[in-house]
Every structure is written in C-alpha cells, then in structure tokens.
Design a protein around this ligand. Sequence first.
Ligand code: CP
Length: 312
Amino acid sequence: MSVKHKNLLGIEPLDKVEIEQILDGAKIFKELCAGNNKKFPALRGKLILNLFMENSTRTRSSFEIAEKRLGADILNFSASASSLTKGESFYDTIKTLESMEPHIVVMRHSSPGSAKFLADNIDASVANAGDGPHEHPTQALLDAFTIREKMGTLTGLKIVIAGDIAHSRVTRSNIFLLTKMGNDVVLSGPATLIPREIEGLNVKVETDFDKAIEDADVVMMLRIQKERQKESFFPSLEEFNMLYGLSRERLKRLKEKSIVMHPGPINRGVEINSEVADGARSVILEQVSNGISIRMAVLYLLAGGKINELTH
Ligand code: CP
C-alpha cells in the first residue's frame, strides 16, 4: 500500500511496518472521529465502487461509512440486480464498470483469487473485502487493531483461533498478520476442519479445545460455514458445541485479562454461547466499530494519502 502497493489483496504480501502503518492510521482516524466532526474529505472527488458479489453486513456497511466519512463518491453495485443475471460475464461486468472511472474498487466475491483477477484487469486500486476462503485482509487488520487496543500489545501473545478453520479466509489473513507480529497462533477444531497444509504457516494445531485455550490471551471463535461445506465434517451441531463451543464454564478457565473475539456473523449455541458472546470479555461489537477506522485508513492509503500528514 501507499508507496509499495497499489492494492490490498491480502495480508500475505504486507510486512510488519506496513501493517503498523495501517493500524496507526486507523488509530488517528478513530481519535478524529471521536469528536463531533466525523468528516475528513481526503477522498473528495474520488469514485469508490463497492462490488459485493457475496452477502455481507459488517464489511459492506463499514466500508460505506468509511467512504462517506472520507468524502468519496460511492457506487454500490448489487450482483443480483445487475446484468450478471442476464449472462454477462464477470470480466465484461468489471470492464463496463471500469469505464465509469472508479479510483478504488472494494470487492467481495465467493471465489478465491477473484480480487487478484480484478486487480490484473482494471486500472483502479482494489481492496479485497473477502475472496472465498482465501483472504479477508481488512478483517484481520481490525482484529489486530482491537487486540492491540485491548491487550496493550500485538506481540508475544497466545492467540487461539477455533472452529471451522478449513473454510475461513479470516483465519488465513489472521495467521499471516499475527505471526508476522510475533504472536503464537494455535488453531483448534475438529481434525476434519483443519487442513494439513495450514501447519506449514508457522502455527500450532491442538484439536483438544480445552487444552488449546489454556493460558490463551485471545480466543477467536469462528462460525461453521455451512454455505461452503458440501459434506458433513462432524456428527451434529450439538456435539460440536459440546467439544468446541465457547461456554461460560470454559470462559471461567481463561486467564483473567483474556478477551473473546469473533469476526461475525455468530451462531449462538454452536461455536459460542450467548452468555459469552454478550459477556464482559467479548469484544465482538468493538471489532465491528473498529472496522470503520481500519477501512478509513486502508482507503486513505490506497488513494495515496500519507499517515504523517493526518495529524497536521
Ligand atoms: N466479518 C465479516 O466479514 O462479516 P460480514 O460477512 O457481515 O461482512
């Protein structure tokens, strides 16, 4: 980003300094937005195209709020109301939209690699808002921002990510980010939902969830992604909840200062019980609101902004 990167396609290509630059930018935007004036028209006159080809609540709305706060012009594209339904190809759709001269395209798509395909075929900068099970970089950035804010550090922590690892773009982006920043990442879930190759990404795997969460500083729960599963990976949701659900009893065994995270949407009573999701250790809704500041920083940097100019 900024000087080195035209696009934000994933966390994998970013280095530690670039990650810190985005987090620091988000911190400044959060502080600026805490006052009455929430408008910083750094993107005035720039057109941002929101291309959501897969459903979203959090990512879509927070990108749009971030864009409005930055004063950009916005075009919201809905796949279901477009000529894609008449058989127009994805390539022709993006070339058509490109002729309207967007500066930045924010895209969510169900296919891994679609963000790169888009970036390879248009002049605008691309912000990946989630491409299938590949990456969800702004989610990992807002997670990191929330961890740093809550724990006072983003280094040397034990961070457990648990649940449906196999279908999770959030896990992949978080693994890249959290290991680059020097944390211990432990993955937990049924062996059928943890792909073998993920162990090559400098993480530990512990299929016994009770062992995994011992001494954890952060426990990040993941939803079972039924829409990406063509087969059954465990006998029943009840059994999954018994073995891998974050319950009040398990919460009591965590360290006093540990926090509970979830990228959402949550399945209450499956991977997380209501009293935990709504409890004092849960930072789930703070993750959502921090998403606005992170997306402001990302869009600002993609548009060529400089973080050190924000405070002048
Ligand atoms: N965490 C996340 O990406 O949520 P949405 O699908 O609602 O955007």
